[in-house]
Design a protein around this ligand. Structure first.
Ligand code: GLA
Length: 410
């Protein structure tokens, strides 16, 4: 007969093993398609408060963004006090959030949104607020208490901390707190998270910060075109990063600058099209309370969003590039394709997409496709009828097509 002590020991070991097994997985099923929402950083930096967030949420209901799928409303850096309280807890800044974060989360949840927050794996956040290092479990419990559904977890002041350890610790803390949370790893691609993060987070940043321009560079921040190029060059030897993305685990080329200063409407349309093709998280970063109708139309274009949210979860890749033109391709469900052709030159140009030239990429080319011009909202006929399509494109403008599989014809 086993002694009481042995039984106790077995019990303790079993629950420890169970706990370990349970915490060795992230929350599944939360980001089967790339997360969509809004984040405060790109436009407001640390100048955030309850009134702003409520205004953003109300506007997103009115302008159709929520119903188009943008359901996460995420606070970035600057929501908290400079010091933890006497219990070691993080404290929302009472001047910015006079009613606390639970109140804000309730407001958002009641309107069909989910609530996101920002933390940092180091001692301090990038704007100098308290980081989560050493407080992960305590903070994760607070997030759960407040009703947090999404955590963007940054990488400032981490010194020599190991990224895999740091992100695994926070994942396990979230898991232990028990509230399902989308875990957005903001490690800037430094330790190549695409190689190891699939089981830890739902999305991981691949580069330094995006800024509001086409291809400018400022220290480690850059315009969307530079970030786009990096998606193809960060993984030397293979194609790009596309092989690492899939349902529940996404490369994150950063939040969008669509509609922000420094980017024309044409460039906003191209930025959005290419983030759709990349299967990037679609996190808007503009002031959605004051948008032109053109920007609303871009952000809520159902067909571009459908390509981004396609259930296959394939990230698109660049299949052709010269000085003037780039062609990006995304495999879609049902044998369809997303095709984005960018005029990468500084001139207005007649730009041609010749389908047959790329037949190696269209796996079953003895088929016919219906050509849908997404931005024109028009069917152009079939690829048999139109072996190529030519359009006059502004500098940095795109054509965005969906090739709808019809049937084998040849
Ligand atoms: C880092 C991140 C940004 C933003 C700021 C906040 O730079 O990469 O996305 O969160 O910190 O301080």
């Amino acid at each position: 007969m086993r002694s009481k002590f042995t039984k106790l020991l077995i019990g303790v070991c079993a629950s420890f093993a169970l706990g370990a097994a349970a915490s060795a997985q992230k929350f599944e099923g939360l980001a089967e398609t790339p997360p969509m929402g809004w984040n405060s950083w790109n436009t407001f930096a640390t100048n955030i408060n309850e009134e702003l967030i409520i205004g953003v949420a109300d506007s997103m209901v009115e302008n159709g963004m929520r119903d188009a799928g943008y359901i996460y409303i995420n606070l970035d850096d600057g929501w908290m006090m400079r010091e933890r309280d006497e219990n070691g807890d993080l404290v929302p800044d009472p001047e910015k959030f006079p009613n606390g974060l639970k109140h804000l989360a309730d407001y958002l949840h009641e309107r069909g949104f989910k609530f996101g927050i920002y933390g940092d794996a180091g001692r301090k956040t990038c704007a100098g607020y308290p980081g989560n290092q050493g407080h992960e479990y305590q903070d994760a419990r607070k997030y759960a208490e407040w009703g947090v559904d999404y955590l963007k977890y940054d990488w400032c002041s981490t010194e020599s901390r190991d990224a895999v350890e740091a992100y695994t610790t926070m994942r396990d803390a979230l898991y232990a707190a028990g509230r399902p949370v989308v875990f957005s790893m903001c490690e800037w691609g430094t330790a190549e998270p695409w190689l190891w993060a699939e089981d830890i987070g739902h999305l991981w940043r691949t580069t330094g910060d995006i800024i509001s321009c086409y291809d400018c560079v400022q220290e480690w921040s850059m315009g969307w075109k530079k970030i786009l190029d990096l998606q193809m060059s960060l993984n030397p030897g293979i194609n790009g990063l596309e092989g690492y993305a899939g349902p529940g685990h996404w490369n994150d080329p950063d939040m969008m600058e669509v509609g922000n200063h420094g980017i024309s409407d044409v460039e906003s349309k191209s930025h959005f099209s290419l983030w759709a093709i990349l299967a990037a998280p679609l996190i808007a970063g503009n002031d959605v309370r004051e948008m032109t109708p053109q920007i609303v139309d871009i952000l809520t274009n159902e067909e571009a969003i459908a390509m981004n949210q396609d259930a296959l979860g394939k990230q698109g890749t660049r299949i052709y590039q010269d000085d003037e033109k780039e062609i990006w391709l995304k495999y879609l469900e049902g044998g369809d394709f997303g095709v984005c052709v960018l005029n990468a030159s500084e001139e207005k140009r007649e730009t041609t997409m010749e389908w047959a030239q790329f037949q190696n990429h269209f796996a079953t080319w003895n088929t016919s496709y219906e050509i849908r011009d997404v931005w024109a909202g028009a069917n152009l006929g079939t690829t048999d009828e139109h072996p190529e399509v030519t359009q006059l494109l502004e500098p940095h403008e795109v054509m965005l097509f969906r090739l709808n599989f019809i049937e084998s014809t040849k």
